[in-house]
Write a protein that binds this ligand. Sequence first.
Ligand code: B16
Ligand code: MG
Length: 211
Amino acid sequence: EIKAVIFDLDGVLTDTAEYHYQSWKKLAQEEGISFTREDNEQLRGVTRRQSLEILLKGKTLPEDKMEELMVKKNEYYQELINNITMEDLIPGVEELLNQLQEDGYKLAVASASRNARTVIENLEIGKKFQLIADGYSVKNNKPAPDLFLYAAEELEVEPEECIVIEDAESGIEAALAAGMHTVGIGPEERVGQADFRYDKIKDIKLADIVQ
Ligand code: B16
Ligand code: MG
């Protein structure tokens, strides 16, 4: 029996994947590194440090330079997310959250981002969730199951009583490793491992996924 629904943030509730892209792109241009929208697909659901490592394509830099670049990227990103409002909720999200709430499910956000709280606050959806697990909650990030297991524990439900809604390959892997049910949002090649897959969150058929 399903008791809780755990949402990824970036790419599921709002399209911050685009803002992450613009921020990394600006940094890459300053550093003379090529970086395309296609490259950005690899950064979905991975941490800031791993994102930088992917951006550098295996090139290694001294630790202080790595730190400097991550700080810069985050400053660019924070400038962009300051302008987020409830208008930036992905179509269908509000209706889905309201329906789930009405049906009595526990709701949580589980995001790899350290900026998750700011984004949720600006989207004005914080009150809908019993829990916000973010980039500060656990040590091992997605694809490790830790963040989702932490969420289940905090919600006082078993992993098999949870559905995870994710847009990233690393996120689906993490949720499956946690023993949870999975809904992937996006193309087959990205989230095809999920139990259910939809192109857009507004396509989700609630009756199918909660049964
Ligand atoms: P930050 P999610 C992830 O959030 C993003 O998908 C990923 O692109 C980003 O690098 C990561 O958060 C870390 O974000 O730099 O803000 O700490 O999809 O797990 O909600
Ligand atoms: Mg995501």
